[in-house]
Design a protein around this ligand. Sequence first.
Ligand SMILES: O=P(O)(O)OC[C@H]1O[C@H](O[C@H]2O[C@H](CO)[C@@H](O)[C@H](O)[C@H]2O)[C@H](O)[C@@H](O)[C@@H]1O
Length: 362
Amino acid sequence: MMTNQDVVVSEMGIAAGAALPGPGPALLACRGAAAGAMSLRQTYLDLAAAAARSTASCNWVDAMRASSPTRSRAADADEFTAWMRKHPSALGKFEQIASASKGKKIIMFLDYDGTLSPIVADPDAAYMSDAMKEAVRDVAKHFPTAIVSGRCCDKVRYFIGLSELYYAGSHGMDIQGPSSNPESVLCQPASEFLPMIDEVYKVLVEKTKSTPGAKVENNKFCLSVHFRCVDEKRWNALAEQVKAVINDYPKLKLSQGRKVLEIRPSIMWDKGKALEFLLESLGFANCSDVFPVYIGDDRTDEDAFKVLRKRCQGLGILVSKCPKETNASYSLQDPNEVMDFLLRLVEWKRRSSSPMIIRPRV
Ligand SMILES: O=P(O)(O)OC[C@H]1O[C@H](O[C@H]2O[C@H](CO)[C@@H](O)[C@H](O)[C@H]2O)[C@H](O)[C@@H](O)[C@@H]1O
């Protein structure tokens, strides 16, 4: 259900595309978080890494299959209807969402792959349509907008091509403000992992080159090993190979996405933390009149959905055609529906902010 709060309205939001103030409390907190995280390394890093290592690779493979189902069976229709009752369409319930956000400042958080661009076999060809680009541009004119992606900032910025947005790349471990100059870097809590990530990238490229279709993507502060073009019979062996490499790096952990295994630093930072960081940077840390809307399709987006639930603020929208366990309140089926939702939001905002014209009677 909708996680909404009754609030008093105040104008604390900053305009979309406006430059952020210099390093504020959020940036300092980010630095502090990074330092703190590093000093706590032996306690939680090893625990997390041990847990990751003890998980059999077939679990990763099963989870990967479940997170990117290829077809929905007719026999699952009842299950889907029941799921849709719990996570109704954000388009179908648009009026309900709009009225929940009334008097509050909407902040948009958008995942990229599977949300703004359709899932395709080649990760380097995951382009977003021109129509979607226009929709995102329009949204950003009305609401502060951030892209939160597993990709590195440079790549997702290149795909989207809009400089007026905030970007949280590498699963939130690289947060940058509008424009791509060096001052726009707001938070990089995993910067000391860069040499390690580069090293592991090279090792993984070498180890996986014998698996046809396998692809390793360097996302700067994290890595992706793609399974989508690998014969399913080879998935277990490939997951074993990846696990064997990560076993030598106890400060890294594995997670799974849509036909992808992701390797990242074991710091306590994720898309949920990135969302909180951005809200704070934008001046909304302790505001009750803010309404963050997060749209995403992947397991890693669940961290952001959870944060919104915990804050009892705004709402999460899961992009999925199939029932999935989720902390999101609403659902949309695919990027086309995401675009329709964004356009509807813009239209609603235009209508609700244009002054009512009362014509004199003649
Ligand atoms: O957080 P996101 O923006 O959703 O990024 C998550 C991963 O997305 C990309 O992989 C996914 O999309 C590819 C292109 O459609 C597809 O080929 C792949 O199977 C999907 O897992 C990206 O390539 C990864 O690096 C991101 O981590």
